[in-house]
Design a protein around this ligand. Structure first.
Ligand code: SF4
Length: 64
């Protein structure tokens, strides 16, 4: 089953790790923080999404 990606912008410090790990899923928003490009994580991005979640230094990303 596909997971949904949630991003807490209040926790994002704009480090760019998630964008580097999985640019198809995380892109920069106009406010200088990151936004998910889609709500549901496609199967082919599942591993990269999990790596991004684990790599985020502030825990801003969660997969549910
Ligand atoms: S890895 Fe976390 S803190 Fe860094 S840009 Fe992505 S969401 Fe923001």
């Amino acid at each position: 089953m596909s997971k949904k990606v949630k991003l807490d912008k209040d926790l994002c410090i704009s480090c760019g790790v998630c964008n580097a790990v999985c640019p198809s899923l995380f892109d920069w928003d106009d406010d200088g923080k990151v936004k998910p490009l889609m709500e549901e994580v496609p199967a082919d991005l599942a591993d990269a999404a999990e790596e991004a979640e684990a790599s985020c230094p502030t825990g801003a990303i969660s997969l549910e």
